[in-house]
Design a protein around this ligand. Structure first.
Ligand code: SAM
Length: 281
Protein backbone atom coordinates (compact mmCIF):
# COMPACT_ATOMS: atom_id res chain seq x y z
CA UNK A 1 0.00 0.00 0.00
CA UNK A 2 1.21 3.51 -0.86
CA UNK A 3 2.58 5.19 2.27
CA UNK A 4 1.56 8.76 2.88
CA UNK A 5 4.22 11.21 1.89
CA UNK A 6 4.17 14.13 4.29
CA UNK A 7 6.78 15.92 2.22
CA UNK A 8 4.34 16.48 -0.66
CA UNK A 9 3.18 20.03 -0.96
CA UNK A 10 -0.40 20.64 0.05
CA UNK A 11 -0.43 24.12 -1.40
CA UNK A 12 -1.95 22.73 -4.56
CA UNK A 13 -4.83 21.19 -2.61
CA UNK A 14 -8.22 22.83 -2.84
CA UNK A 15 -9.19 24.84 0.25
CA UNK A 16 -12.05 22.45 1.07
CA UNK A 17 -9.54 19.58 1.46
CA UNK A 18 -7.89 21.29 4.48
CA UNK A 19 -8.46 20.41 8.14
CA UNK A 20 -10.87 22.31 10.42
CA UNK A 21 -10.56 22.13 14.28
CA UNK A 22 -13.66 19.89 14.29
CA UNK A 23 -11.97 17.56 11.81
CA UNK A 24 -8.91 17.33 14.06
CA UNK A 25 -11.03 16.22 17.03
CA UNK A 26 -12.87 13.76 14.79
CA UNK A 27 -9.56 12.28 13.51
CA UNK A 28 -8.16 12.12 17.05
CA UNK A 29 -11.28 10.28 18.25
CA UNK A 30 -11.04 7.73 15.42
CA UNK A 31 -7.33 7.16 16.03
CA UNK A 32 -7.76 6.72 19.78
CA UNK A 33 -10.64 4.27 19.46
CA UNK A 34 -8.75 2.20 16.89
CA UNK A 35 -5.17 2.25 18.20
CA UNK A 36 -5.29 3.80 21.68
CA UNK A 37 -2.98 6.60 20.54
CA UNK A 38 -3.86 10.03 21.92
CA UNK A 39 -3.17 12.70 19.33
CA UNK A 40 -1.91 15.81 21.16
CA UNK A 41 -2.98 19.30 20.09
CA UNK A 42 0.59 20.00 18.98
CA UNK A 43 0.07 17.45 16.20
CA UNK A 44 -2.69 19.51 14.61
CA UNK A 45 -0.55 20.95 11.82
CA UNK A 46 1.04 17.62 10.93
CA UNK A 47 -2.36 15.91 11.04
CA UNK A 48 -3.78 18.63 8.82
CA UNK A 49 -1.11 18.14 6.15
CA UNK A 50 -1.32 14.36 6.31
CA UNK A 51 -5.09 14.05 6.21
CA UNK A 52 -5.67 16.76 3.62
CA UNK A 53 -3.18 15.12 1.31
CA UNK A 54 -4.61 11.65 1.82
CA UNK A 55 -8.22 12.80 1.39
CA UNK A 56 -7.16 14.41 -1.88
CA UNK A 57 -5.20 11.31 -3.03
CA UNK A 58 -8.16 8.99 -2.55
CA UNK A 59 -10.58 11.37 -4.20
CA UNK A 60 -12.56 12.74 -1.27
CA UNK A 61 -13.82 16.29 -1.54
CA UNK A 62 -12.91 17.07 2.10
CA UNK A 63 -11.12 15.66 5.12
CA UNK A 64 -14.53 15.31 6.77
CA UNK A 65 -15.67 13.02 3.92
CA UNK A 66 -12.50 10.96 4.28
CA UNK A 67 -13.04 10.57 8.04
CA UNK A 68 -16.73 9.74 7.55
CA UNK A 69 -15.70 7.05 5.08
CA UNK A 70 -13.31 5.53 7.65
CA UNK A 71 -15.90 5.75 10.37
CA UNK A 72 -18.54 3.98 8.24
CA UNK A 73 -16.15 1.22 7.10
CA UNK A 74 -14.34 -0.39 10.05
CA UNK A 75 -12.85 -3.06 7.76
CA UNK A 76 -11.59 -0.66 5.09
CA UNK A 77 -7.88 -1.17 4.17
CA UNK A 78 -7.60 2.63 4.43
CA UNK A 79 -7.46 2.23 8.24
CA UNK A 80 -3.98 0.77 7.86
CA UNK A 81 -2.72 3.91 6.10
CA UNK A 82 -4.53 6.17 8.56
CA UNK A 83 -3.03 4.46 11.64
CA UNK A 84 0.46 4.07 10.12
CA UNK A 85 0.66 7.78 9.48
CA UNK A 86 0.23 8.62 13.20
CA UNK A 87 2.47 6.05 14.89
CA UNK A 88 5.80 7.12 16.38
CA UNK A 89 8.39 4.46 15.64
CA UNK A 90 11.40 5.85 17.50
CA UNK A 91 13.55 2.92 18.69
CA UNK A 92 17.17 1.71 18.88
CA UNK A 93 19.27 -1.40 19.35
CA UNK A 94 19.80 -2.14 23.06
CA UNK A 95 17.73 0.90 24.03
CA UNK A 96 17.68 0.99 27.85
CA UNK A 97 20.59 -1.42 28.08
CA UNK A 98 19.83 -2.42 31.70
CA UNK A 99 16.70 -4.27 30.51
CA UNK A 100 18.81 -6.63 28.43
CA UNK A 101 21.07 -7.35 31.40
CA UNK A 102 17.95 -8.15 33.48
CA UNK A 103 16.57 -10.29 30.65
CA UNK A 104 19.86 -12.22 30.37
CA UNK A 105 19.83 -13.04 34.11
CA UNK A 106 16.12 -13.88 34.03
CA UNK A 107 16.20 -16.34 31.12
CA UNK A 108 19.08 -18.25 32.72
CA UNK A 109 16.63 -19.13 35.54
CA UNK A 110 13.81 -20.25 33.22
CA UNK A 111 13.03 -23.70 31.89
CA UNK A 112 12.45 -24.22 28.19
CA UNK A 113 10.35 -23.57 26.22
CA UNK A 114 11.14 -19.87 26.67
CA UNK A 115 8.86 -17.48 24.87
CA UNK A 116 9.09 -13.67 24.69
CA UNK A 117 6.51 -11.28 23.24
CA UNK A 118 7.86 -7.99 21.92
CA UNK A 119 4.51 -6.27 21.61
CA UNK A 120 5.48 -2.91 20.06
CA UNK A 121 8.46 -4.00 18.02
CA UNK A 122 8.52 -1.01 15.66
CA UNK A 123 11.24 -1.46 13.00
CA UNK A 124 12.88 -4.47 14.68
CA UNK A 125 15.79 -3.12 16.71
CA UNK A 126 14.14 -4.22 19.97
CA UNK A 127 13.27 -7.84 19.02
CA UNK A 128 16.72 -8.35 17.46
CA UNK A 129 18.31 -7.05 20.69
CA UNK A 130 16.16 -9.57 22.60
CA UNK A 131 17.23 -12.34 20.19
CA UNK A 132 20.94 -11.53 20.67
CA UNK A 133 20.45 -11.55 24.45
CA UNK A 134 18.76 -14.96 24.32
CA UNK A 135 21.44 -16.45 22.02
CA UNK A 136 24.11 -15.25 24.44
CA UNK A 137 22.31 -16.45 27.59
CA UNK A 138 20.42 -19.67 26.89
CA UNK A 139 22.18 -22.95 26.09
CA UNK A 140 21.21 -24.37 22.66
CA UNK A 141 19.14 -21.32 21.71
CA UNK A 142 17.95 -22.94 18.46
CA UNK A 143 15.73 -25.27 20.46
CA UNK A 144 12.76 -24.21 22.60
CA UNK A 145 13.34 -20.45 22.41
CA UNK A 146 11.01 -18.13 20.52
CA UNK A 147 10.20 -14.46 20.12
CA UNK A 148 6.94 -13.07 18.81
CA UNK A 149 7.49 -9.52 17.53
CA UNK A 150 4.40 -7.50 16.71
CA UNK A 151 3.34 -3.94 16.04
CA UNK A 152 0.21 -2.21 14.79
CA UNK A 153 2.22 -0.39 12.10
CA UNK A 154 2.42 -2.54 8.96
CA UNK A 155 5.28 -0.49 7.43
CA UNK A 156 7.38 -0.73 10.59
CA UNK A 157 6.89 -4.47 10.95
CA UNK A 158 7.86 -4.97 7.29
CA UNK A 159 11.14 -3.11 7.97
CA UNK A 160 11.62 -5.30 11.04
CA UNK A 161 11.10 -8.42 8.94
CA UNK A 162 13.60 -7.18 6.33
CA UNK A 163 16.24 -6.73 9.05
CA UNK A 164 18.36 -4.31 7.02
CA UNK A 165 19.92 -1.36 8.88
CA UNK A 166 22.39 1.45 8.25
CA UNK A 167 25.80 1.34 9.96
CA UNK A 168 24.58 4.33 11.98
CA UNK A 169 21.62 2.36 13.39
CA UNK A 170 23.81 -0.51 14.59
CA UNK A 171 26.29 1.73 16.46
CA UNK A 172 24.99 0.51 19.87
CA UNK A 173 25.81 -3.10 18.86
CA UNK A 174 29.29 -4.30 19.94
CA UNK A 175 31.84 -5.33 17.29
CA UNK A 176 31.66 -8.89 18.58
CA UNK A 177 27.86 -9.07 18.12
CA UNK A 178 28.09 -7.32 14.77
CA UNK A 179 30.43 -10.07 13.51
CA UNK A 180 28.27 -12.85 14.95
CA UNK A 181 24.80 -11.63 14.03
CA UNK A 182 25.02 -9.26 11.04
CA UNK A 183 26.44 -9.40 7.55
CA UNK A 184 27.82 -6.36 5.77
CA UNK A 185 26.10 -5.26 2.60
CA UNK A 186 28.06 -5.01 -0.63
CA UNK A 187 27.42 -3.23 -3.94
CA UNK A 188 24.02 -1.56 -3.78
CA UNK A 189 23.81 -2.43 -0.07
CA UNK A 190 27.24 -1.02 0.85
CA UNK A 191 27.03 0.88 4.14
CA UNK A 192 24.17 -1.33 5.31
CA UNK A 193 24.08 -4.48 7.43
CA UNK A 194 21.63 -7.35 7.37
CA UNK A 195 20.56 -9.54 10.28
CA UNK A 196 21.84 -13.13 9.91
CA UNK A 197 19.51 -16.13 9.93
CA UNK A 198 20.72 -17.19 13.39
CA UNK A 199 18.67 -14.27 14.78
CA UNK A 200 15.94 -14.08 12.18
CA UNK A 201 14.79 -17.69 12.62
CA UNK A 202 14.16 -17.09 16.33
CA UNK A 203 11.56 -14.41 15.62
CA UNK A 204 8.07 -14.59 14.21
CA UNK A 205 6.89 -11.17 13.02
CA UNK A 206 3.25 -10.11 12.82
CA UNK A 207 0.83 -7.21 12.85
CA UNK A 208 -1.04 -6.98 16.16
CA UNK A 209 -3.08 -4.15 17.65
CA UNK A 210 -2.91 -4.10 21.47
CA UNK A 211 -6.57 -3.02 21.43
CA UNK A 212 -7.80 -5.86 19.24
CA UNK A 213 -10.24 -8.40 20.67
CA UNK A 214 -8.50 -11.74 20.10
CA UNK A 215 -5.42 -12.13 22.29
CA UNK A 216 -2.81 -14.87 22.85
CA UNK A 217 -3.93 -17.73 25.11
CA UNK A 218 -3.19 -17.64 28.88
CA UNK A 219 0.30 -18.35 30.31
CA UNK A 220 2.03 -18.23 26.95
CA UNK A 221 5.02 -15.95 27.59
CA UNK A 222 7.93 -15.77 30.03
CA UNK A 223 8.33 -12.06 29.36
CA UNK A 224 6.57 -9.26 27.53
CA UNK A 225 8.25 -6.12 26.25
CA UNK A 226 5.87 -3.17 25.88
CA UNK A 227 8.19 -0.21 26.05
CA UNK A 228 7.58 3.44 25.14
CA UNK A 229 4.14 2.71 23.72
CA UNK A 230 1.59 2.97 26.55
CA UNK A 231 2.89 6.48 27.10
CA UNK A 232 0.78 7.45 24.06
CA UNK A 233 -2.37 5.84 25.57
CA UNK A 234 -4.72 7.31 28.17
CA UNK A 235 -4.97 5.71 31.65
CA UNK A 236 -8.11 3.62 30.91
CA UNK A 237 -6.47 2.09 27.85
CA UNK A 238 -3.26 1.42 29.80
CA UNK A 239 -5.26 -0.43 32.47
CA UNK A 240 -7.15 -2.44 29.85
CA UNK A 241 -3.95 -3.51 28.09
CA UNK A 242 -2.14 -4.33 31.38
CA UNK A 243 -5.04 -6.52 32.51
CA UNK A 244 -4.88 -8.39 29.24
CA UNK A 245 -1.09 -8.84 29.46
CA UNK A 246 -1.29 -10.41 32.93
CA UNK A 247 -2.96 -13.76 32.05
CA UNK A 248 -0.70 -14.25 29.02
CA UNK A 249 2.40 -14.24 31.27
CA UNK A 250 3.60 -17.41 32.97
CA UNK A 251 4.02 -17.38 36.76
CA UNK A 252 6.92 -15.12 37.70
CA UNK A 253 6.95 -13.66 34.19
CA UNK A 254 8.31 -10.16 33.56
CA UNK A 255 6.81 -7.11 31.90
CA UNK A 256 9.34 -4.59 30.59
CA UNK A 257 8.07 -0.98 30.39
CA UNK A 258 9.63 2.18 28.99
CA UNK A 259 11.80 4.53 31.07
CA UNK A 260 9.00 7.06 31.65
CA UNK A 261 6.13 4.61 32.07
CA UNK A 262 4.79 3.82 35.53
CA UNK A 263 2.13 1.13 35.96
CA UNK A 264 2.39 0.82 39.75
CA UNK A 265 -0.95 2.40 40.64
CA UNK A 266 -2.88 1.13 37.63
CA UNK A 267 -3.29 -2.56 38.42
CA UNK A 268 -2.61 -5.18 41.09
CA UNK A 269 -1.68 -7.70 38.43
CA UNK A 270 1.99 -6.63 38.50
CA UNK A 271 4.52 -5.63 41.13
CA UNK A 272 7.42 -3.31 40.34
CA UNK A 273 10.67 -5.26 40.56
CA UNK A 274 12.84 -2.24 39.73
CA UNK A 275 14.16 -0.27 36.76
CA UNK A 276 10.74 -0.26 35.01
CA UNK A 277 10.49 -4.05 35.10
CA UNK A 278 7.31 -5.56 36.57
CA UNK A 279 6.72 -9.10 37.77
CA UNK A 280 3.35 -10.81 37.50
CA UNK A 281 1.88 -11.15 41.01
C1 SAM B 1 8.04 4.65 20.22
S1 SAM B 1 7.84 3.08 19.48
C2 SAM B 1 8.62 2.05 20.68
C3 SAM B 1 9.40 0.92 20.05
C4 SAM B 1 10.12 0.02 21.04
N1 SAM B 1 9.18 -0.67 21.89
C5 SAM B 1 11.11 0.77 21.85
O1 SAM B 1 10.88 1.06 23.03
O2 SAM B 1 12.18 1.11 21.33
C6 SAM B 1 6.10 2.78 19.77
C7 SAM B 1 5.54 1.68 18.89
O3 SAM B 1 4.24 1.32 19.37
C8 SAM B 1 3.44 0.97 18.27
N2 SAM B 1 2.02 1.04 18.64
C9 SAM B 1 1.27 2.15 18.89
N3 SAM B 1 0.01 1.81 19.16
C10 SAM B 1 -0.05 0.45 19.12
C11 SAM B 1 -1.09 -0.49 19.32
N4 SAM B 1 -2.34 -0.12 19.62
N5 SAM B 1 -0.80 -1.81 19.19
C12 SAM B 1 0.46 -2.20 18.87
N6 SAM B 1 1.48 -1.35 18.66
C13 SAM B 1 1.23 -0.04 18.78
C14 SAM B 1 3.85 1.99 17.21
O4 SAM B 1 3.51 1.58 15.92
C15 SAM B 1 5.35 2.10 17.43
O5 SAM B 1 6.07 1.27 16.57
Amino acid sequence: MEPLNNQNSIFALPERARLTPGDFEYAARLLQSRAGIVLGEHKQEMAGRTLALRAHQVGHASVRDYLDDLSRNPHSPEWEIFVNSFTINHTAFFREQHHFEILARFVRTRRKPISIWCSAASTGEEPYSIAITLRESVPQPDVGVSIWATDIDTNAIQKARDGVYSQERVKPVSDEYLRKYFQRGTGRRAGMVRVKDNLRTMIEFGVFNLLQKDWPPPATFDAIFCRNTMIYFDKDTQVKVLERFAPTLKTGGLLFAGHSENFTYLTDAFRLQGQTVYVKT
